[in-house]
Design a protein around this ligand. Structure first.
Ligand code: GTP
Ligand code: MG
Length: 214
């Protein structure tokens, strides 16, 4: 995993030193904001750490609501910084309520329609708990994203909870599994929202996506 270049790191800093605010919570597609700038969404199983990662990126602990209770985030939550050229979207988690594997539909038609139909969706970060790796439900979501031709990139979360060699093993297994997925971005980002690991790299990655689209 190479270090991101200095210009992108600096650009990432600039995006995230702004003051971010919640723009709106979207319970159904008719309430989506205008598709007038690139957006980046955070997807993943319930409790994987989506809201925590967003808070770490913007350095505002309480911006996106986090919880020990899986299923906390129920709507598409849009975040925007003053004058900034992108939306960040905190998505509801899937795989909650012990749903059988074939019940990913319970994740919500909202989310699936959103992933399929949002023209400005530049990348989805697919968050995977570093302790668990890719689960069948994650593979199903990955297949939906492949189908929709939405580029997605895996972010391993909670890296602080396992040993470095275990993290290497999960990252390697995940990379291998992703080779079967045409829309998956090959590089994996390892993060800990709690310890700050990988957050600069994620900021730089987001800056790169914005630069490509502008
Ligand atoms: P839903 O909205 O329910 O889908 O959950 P979520 O994916 O937004 O997860 P959330 O950010 O609410 O975090 C779930 C739990 O994991 C919370 O108790 C967090 O404190 C914890 N957590 C999140 N990120 C980290 C991390 O990097 N390290 C550790 N140790 N715990 C974390
Ligand atoms: Mg959440």
């Amino acid at each position: 995993m190479g270090e991101p270049d200095k210009d992108l790191l600096a650009a990432g800093e600039r995006i995230f030193e702004r003051r971010w605010q919640i723009l709106k919570s979207v319970p159904s597609l008719e309430f989506l904001p205008p598709a007038d700038r690139p957006e980046i969404a955070f997807a993943g199983r319930s409790n994987v750490g989506k809201s925590s990662l967003l808070n770490a990126l913007v350095r505002q602990g309480g911006l996106a609501r986090t919880s020990n209770t899986p299923g906390r985030t129920q709507e598409l939550n849009y975040f925007l910084a003053d004058g900034d050229p992108l939306y960040l979207v905190d998505m509801p988690g899937y795989g909650y309520a012990k749903a059988p594997v074939d019940k990913v539909a319970a994740w919500g038609e909202l989310v699936i329609d959103y992933l399929r139909g949002r023209p400005t969706l530049a990348r989805v970060f697919l968050l995977i708990d570093a302790r668990h790796g890719l689960k069948p439900t994650d593979e199903q979501i990955a297949a939906i994203l492949d189908d929709a031709a939405v580029t997605y990139q895996v972010v391993l979360t909670k890296a602080d909870k396992i040993k470095p060699h275990e993290l290497d093993a999960v990252a390697a297994a995940t990379s291998k599994a992703l080779m079967k997925h045409p829309a998956a971005f090959p590089e994996i980002i390892r993060t800990s929202s709690q310890k700050g690991e990988g957050i600069d790299e994620l900021r730089a990655t987001i800056a790169g996506i914005v630069a490509e689209r502008s």
